[in-house]
Ligand binder design. Structure first.
Ligand code: ACO
Length: 403
């Protein structure tokens, strides 16, 4: 067998693969993804079956603990989560410190990271499984509270406290939309659509944010710090921010007169940095299996809610035009999950800058499962190498002689 460490010491051999296009960073038993054939499975279960038959918390349990829960395990898990939905009142003081124009993703990652201060035992890398499990429950329980508070901060409304008589998604919707002195009833169609969306986002193997969670976790930083880092990685428009970018792009097309062809041509122009947001994927080169499920969910939700929105009409036109355009066909550029999730969130009344936050809520179980796996496998600290391309030898010139 080749001793890679020895070889590297002798030859200085370093592989370079910007963007990790062909380089694995770990082995994992959580999510199976076949980009060529459009297959996505969580712990061996097809995403299609889980989206149809399961609930988000059931899928969260599956990802984190490896198996679908028994009835009793599920009841205990959901009860524990419900017990921890409240957050420390002092966290409201942190929230109050954010200007009202703060992006909710920045607020969310900060509030999640603040849990390191409220539960400092999470800083101890040697703590036992029971303690680690409590942190996991706290994260799942508190993220809807934080997310809706980040939104309330933005719109200047008083925050709502969790309603523990409700299921996970209904509680989220109530905290998000209920106003003081107004009765708010959760629409079960909306709650179900949201639950399905969260399932579809729950894990996606070694993407940018998940790799970030594992990387930060590999230094034995607190689980809260690791998840907060994942939220920040998700924020960018080429990753989780894409669904927000989709709606912003659709709005720009509408403001420009609604000519979708013009924007398709713009996306094809190699001298123009513009890309069609919500199209293309690093690993799915034929179709995104999540997009297939979500496209149907989008059609159902729009029909059931009777939404009539010109932005959604532009989305349909763009989708059809791009799917029959040679440029997109040759490059295997299909609408990805973000194209449709943005459309559904808009139909559900969720404001655009909350879209990535919704993604973070959905992705949380995956991040936790990946962090837990990294920890249980005792993975070494992540430390990529580089090939240095800078100056070799330079002589120091004192400042007064530098001209
Ligand atoms: N619009 C126009 N052209 C595109 C698009 C697009 N959305 N996506 C890729 N291309 C073109 C590229 O210009 C390139 O063309 P070329 O071969 O002529 O140079 C070719 O398709 C391949 O593109 P790459 O950038 O090499 O593909 P990569 O796998 O690196 O990138 C990515 C994937 C980042 C998702 C890209 O398709 C993109 O920017 N899409 C828009 C943003 C988006 O929707 N992101 C969400 C991703 S899904 C997620 O995070 C859950």
């Amino acid at each position: 067998a080749i001793d890679v460490a020895k070889l590297r010491a002798l030859t200085g051999l370093i592989t370079i693969d910007p963007g990790f296009k062909n380089t694995g960073s770990t082995s994992s038993a959580i999510t199976y993804l076949d980009g060529e054939n459009g297959i996505l499975k969580y712990r061996g279960y097809g995403i299609e079956e889980l989206a149809e038959k399961s609930s988000f918390l059931e899928v969260a349990y599956l990802l984190i603990y490896g198996d679908l829960p028994s009835q009793k395990e599920y009841e205990n898990f959901t009860r524990e989560i419900t017990t921890h939905t409240l957050v420390h009142e002092d966290i409201k003081k942190i929230l109050d410190g954010f200007p009202s124009n703060s992006h909710p993703m920045g607020v969310l990652s900060s509030l999640i990271c603040s849990l390191t201060a409220f539960y400092p035992e999470s800083l101890d890398p040697t703590r036992n499984e029971k303690d680690v499990n409590l942190s996991i429950i706290r994260l799942l329980a508190k993220i809807p509270t934080f997310a809706t508070w980040a939104f309330k901060n933005k719109v200047g409304h008083p925050v709502n406290y969790p309603d523990n008589s409700l299921d996970y998604c209904s509680n989220f919707l109530k905290m998000m939309f209920a106003l003081p002195a107004e009765k708010y009833d959760v629409d079960p169609v909306v709650a179900k659509a949201l639950d399905q969306l969260l399932i579809l986002h729950a894990d996606h193997e070694q993407n940018c944010s998940t790799s970030t969670v594992r990387m930060v976790g590999s230094s034995q930083a607190s689980i809260y710090a690791s998840i907060s880092a994942g939220i920040n990685a998700l924020w960018g428009p080429l990753h989780g921010g894409a669904n927000q970018a989709v709606i912003e792009m659709l709005e720009a097309i509408k403001a420009d007169g609604g000519d979708t062809k013009k924007f398709i041509d713009k996306a094809k122009d190699k001298n123009d940095p513009f890309r069609l947001m919500g199209f293309g994927h690093r690993v799915y080169k034929n179709f995104d299996p999540r997009a297939k499920i979500i496209k149907k969910a989008a059609d159902d939700v729009l029909a059931k809610l009777g939404v009539n929105d010109p932005i959604l009409g532009i989305a349909k036109e763009l989708e059809e035009a791009a799917l029959s355009d040679q440029y997109f066909i040759e490059r295997n550029l299909y609408p990805n999950v973000d194209f449709y999730s943005g459309i559904i969130y808009r139909a559900l009344g969720i404001p655009t800058d909350m879209f990535t936050v919704m993604f973070a809520i959905g992705r949380l179980p995956g991040w936790i499962a990946q962090w837990k796996e990294m920890r249980e496998n005792n993975e070494p600290i992540g430390r990529p190498r580089q090939v240095y391309t800078g100056a070799t030898e330079r002589s120091y010139v004192s400042m007064n002689k530098r001209g």
